[in-house]
Design a protein around this ligand. Structure first.
Ligand SMILES: *Cc1c(COP(=O)(O)O)cnc(C)c1O
Ligand SMILES: [Zn+2]
Length: 372
């Protein structure tokens, strides 16, 4: 209880060891943590993800790095006659749900007294880590592929992060960050287990906002699985604490043009198949070789869930549909809506929860292309 455990060899480490992968076998770590939910206290606190502080594996709460984020609104939306409760997770300080993970991870970094962190992402995770590092006064270096459009880096640069451009693709960039992480702390949203203990607050909020009841289905976009796996951990903790009576079915949305996890699920593969990265409107979920692939597929299988893939045409249509309801979200987030529209019929009459994961203002150039 209350330690880091290797997902492969089972080696255990103290929660306050400044490591982000198993030092024995190099595989991903999980946090084994005894989450507690003092409901009457929780319900009196301000509406932020930190109202669940007894469920967050931080030992020194004074190290909390927070903008009082979270407890996002849950709105009822209708898609072709299906009622879906949509968490408005584009309403975070940096414009995506990644702030949930960044708030907990950067708090942990501060608690560990680490003053320099590295991350690789040109997208929303990079923005979130850079913002929270800025808030904490911690230096941060973000590795990005050289070809990343300047517009995508503006937000990260504005937060004062050091940007290192790598002459190569996404994998080369990840390798450069891994090299730098030899002697720096790797605040990776895919590797670092504390990130998932931030994103798990999604599940806590969903259940509290529904009078502590679990929905039947939770439909989420999946690239590296930080939201889906985090939500799965969160629902499990609530279930183990007997606060909810069942686990929801976890349903994952991928792009047709980058669907390694959906292929693993459909074809019962032990590993992600070798894929070429292809252009898709949903670049935020186009992850060719997700670090936690097995865990993600296992979470979907364990809950008797499902996968659905969507095309760029369907994403375009979904962006228009949700825009016409008054919501400006980025194309990656619209992929989830496309997934709901495709699968919804199968779940008619059941309680469905999903999320708007990222703000449209992040992707104005891309949306302009879609419109014209
Ligand atoms: C990161 C992100 C996703 C996908 O999350 P994963 O952790 O890669 O599964 C979906 N939507 C938006 C807006 C994102 O930023
Ligand atoms: Zn190990």
């Amino acid at each position: 209880m209350n330690m880091l455990v290797c997902s492969n060899c089972g080696e255990k480490f103290a929660l306050n060891e400044p490591i982000w992968r198993c030092t024995e076998c190099g595989d991903v770590l999980n946090v084994d943590f005894n989450a507690e939910f003092p409901l009457s206290k929780i319900e009196e606190r301000i509406p932020s993800m930190w109202r669940y502080k007894e469920a967050i594996p931080l030992q020194k709460l004074e190290c909390k790095v927070s903008f009082n984020e979270g407890y996002t609104p849950m709105e009822t939306m209708d898609f072709d006659g299906n009622t879906v409760q949509m968490k408005q997770d584009f309403l975070f300080p940096t414009g995506s749900f990644k702030d949930r993970g960044a708030s907990v991870l950067v708090s942990k970094v501060k608690e560990l007294d680490v003053n320099y962190l590295v991350e690789d992402s040109s997208g929303n995770a990079g923005c979130a880590i850079a913002a929270y590092a800025a808030k904490a006064g911690i230096s941060c270096e973000i590795f990005v592929p050289k070809a990343t459009p300047a517009g995508k880096l503006v937000q990260i640069r504005t937060y004062g992060a050091n940007l290192t451009k790598i002459d190569g693709d996404r994998q080369a960039t990840a390798n450069a960050a891994l090299d730098a992480a030899e002697n720096r702390y790797y605040a990776s949203h895919s590797w670092n287990p504390f990130f998932f203990h931030g994103t798990k607050t999604f599940a806590f909020e969903v259940c509290e906002q529904q009078a502590w009841e679990a929905p039947d289905h939770v439909i989420l976009p999946v690239g590296n699985g930080t939201l889906l796996l985090g939500a799965y951990i969160g629902f499990q903790e609530l279930y183990n604490a007997s606060i909810i009576e069942k686990m929801p079915r976890m349903v994952a949305v991928q792009s047709e043009y980058c669907n390694p996890l959906s292929q693993m699920f459909e074809k019962q593969l032990a590993q992600a198949p070798p894929l070429e990265s292809q252009e898709t409107l949903a670049e935020g979920i186009a992850i060719v070789d997700p670090i936690r692939a097995q865990q993600i597929v296992a979470a979907v299988e364990d809950t008797d869930g499902d996968f659905v893939t969507v095309s760029d045409e369907e994403i375009k249509a979904a962006l228009t549909t949700i825009g016409a309801k008054g919501y400006y979200i980025e194309p990656t987030a619209a992929a989830t809506i496309a997934g709901i529209q495709k699968l919804g019929k199968e779940y008619t009459g059941e309680a469905i929860v999903s999320a708007c994961t990222g703000h449209g203002l992040k992707a104005t150039q891309k949306i302009l292309k879609i419109l014209s």
